[in-house]
Design a protein around this ligand. Structure first.
Ligand SMILES: CC(=O)SCCNC(=O)CCNC(=O)[C@H](O)C(C)(C)COP(=O)(O)OP(=O)(O)OC[C@H]1O[C@@H](n2cnc3c(N)ncnc32)[C@H](O)[C@@H]1OP(=O)(O)O
Length: 419
């Protein structure tokens, strides 16, 4: 296949080019391209710290790339510096000429140079990013609850643990949300820091998505001691069936909690709203309490089960030293990285008191690609399973089981954010 010569002007964008860049992003994501002056102004206010690039053909932006600083929580709660990648689009007229490859290789090299431990992204499609050393590291699950079948007590009138649930406004959400989210993300492996504008965008104060804004409902859970421990944003449709029966579906936009009591109470609340016969959970942690807090968990059908956060390890030593380990153990990993950014042979010596990781010449226990290490690092994937799939190689008999004992975790990682 012959590729057309590269005549494009590929570079960071200027501030004056932001409207054109936004049009290009929308076109690449198949959304109506019209951008208003207000949306440009709102978007501009949210981009501090972001690195924005565009490809220009005869002066028109035809492809986009953005990255920005982020923190990702490792197993055990230590945040590591991450290079978050987003808004990757190449117009259909300019696809498969290597634009993504050029940007990605440059951005990952810059991130490595800056000292970022990982790069992160949410992949639009599964096959795009593995070639650049990314691996799927968390998953998301969506359930649809058939409320009348759930077995929950229909007379429920609020939490029985002394806590309370209140419907609140967007103003209140912006007051209590950020602190709650900080508590959650510092404890949850796989969670990421949020940019300052996240809460403003979620409550309609800044609008740059091009979607019409409709105010959702917000409910907050406070513990018996008055501490905010949970927050949910949801919408409901308007569906009256034959026979004048309300058959509404409540759809969760997001739900965050810092305690199991808050998680249980908010799901119970959502499943006890009069008229609501279906609750769509939104993209949740695979470990969410939802299905099993129902007396009949089969009332919660899995409607989505897919990869979510993808990670690219840029520094194997710092990544493996940043996370915690529940048991003592050692492991020699032969990590292949075709880009030359992070490969090598490493000795990991770990215990619940800490870990050290050093380049070594000892013979390897396991040989794997850097993308497979990304899937293992947050504790979600199974080494034994990856070996069975032929995606990593045991160099010493029994090494895969030994590695699972060291790397897997009792709580699965989860990233609540789309970015
Ligand atoms: C983090 C995010 O923003 S996710 C959003 C990603 N964007 C989208 O999905 C929007 C629609 N798609 C696009 O904009 C583009 O097709 C992109 C960005 C996915 C790819 O950009 P391109 O410039 O065409 O990619 P590029 O030419 O560098 O391709 C590199 C390789 O990846 C492969 N590839 C690229 N996209 C895909 C895909 N969607 N599925 C499978 N393979 C792909 C190419 O075939 C090529 O393989 P080769 O080296 O074996 O020939």
């Amino acid at each position: 296949m012959t590729r057309r010569p590269d005549t494009l002007d590929v570079r960071p964008i200027t501030d004056a080019e932001l409207p054109d860049w936004m049009r290009a992003v929308r076109t690449g994501f198949l959304r109506p391209p019209t951008v208003t002056d207000e949306e440009v102004a709102d978007r501009r206010a949210t981009l501090a710290g972001s690195r924005l690039a565009g490809a220009f053909d005869a002066g028109r932006c035809v492809a986009t790339f953005r990255s920005f600083p982020q923190e990702l929580t490792a197993v055990g709660g230590t945040p590591v510096p991450a290079d978050a990648i987003s808004n990757v689009t190449v117009w259909p007229t300019h696809r498969r000429r290597g634009l993504l490859t050029r940007w990605m290789n440059g951005d990952l090299a810059d991130a490595k140079e800056r000292g970022d431990v990982v790069a992160t992204l949410i992949a639009a499609e599964y096959p795009i990013y593995g070639r650049f050393g990314f691996g799927p590291a968390t998953t998301c699950t969506e359930w649809t609850v058939d409320v009348p079948r759930s077995g929950l007590d229909p007379r429920w009138a609020g939490p029985e643990d002394g806590g309370r649930i209140d419907l609140v406004t967007g103003d209140e959400v912006r007051k209590v949300g950020p602190e709650l989210h900080e508590r959650l993300r510092r404890a949850q492996p796989g969670a990421v820091s949020r940019l300052g504008h996240w809460w403003e965008a979620e409550t309609g104060v800044v609008r740059f998505s091009g979607e019409p804004w409709t105010e959702p409902f917000y409910a907050v859970y406070r513990s018996a001691g008055g501490r905010v421990e949970g927050l949910v944003s949801y919408t409901a449709d308007d569906n009256w069936g034959d026979g004048k029966q309300p058959l509404n579906t409540a759809s969760v936009r997001w739900l965050i909690t810092s305690s199991p009591a808050a998680e249980r109470a908010l799901w119970h609340y959502l499943c006890s709203i009069d008229w609501v016969v279906r609750v769509k959970s939104g993209w949740r942690s695979p470990d969410d309490l939802l299905p099993h807090l129902l007396p009949d968990p089969r009332a919660a059908a899995v409607t989505t089960q897919a990869d979510w956060l993808w990670i690219r390890i840029l520094d194997v030593v710092r990544a493996l030293e940043a996370r915690s380990y529940d048991v003592p153990g050692s492991l020699v990993l032969e990590v292949a990285d075709r880009s030359g950014l992070a490969g090598g042979r490493f000795l990991l010596e770990a215990s619940p008191d800490g870990a050290s990781c050093t380049p070594t010449t000892r013979s390897a226990d396991l040989a794997l690609d850097v993308s497979e290490l990304a899937s293992l690092w947050l504790g979600d994937a199974s080494v034994v399973r990856l070996a069975a799939l032929g995606r990593l190689r045991e160099e010493r008999a029994g090494a895969a089981r030994k590695a699972d004992a060291l790397l897997r975790t009792s709580v699965r990682p989860w990233c609540p954010d789309l970015f």
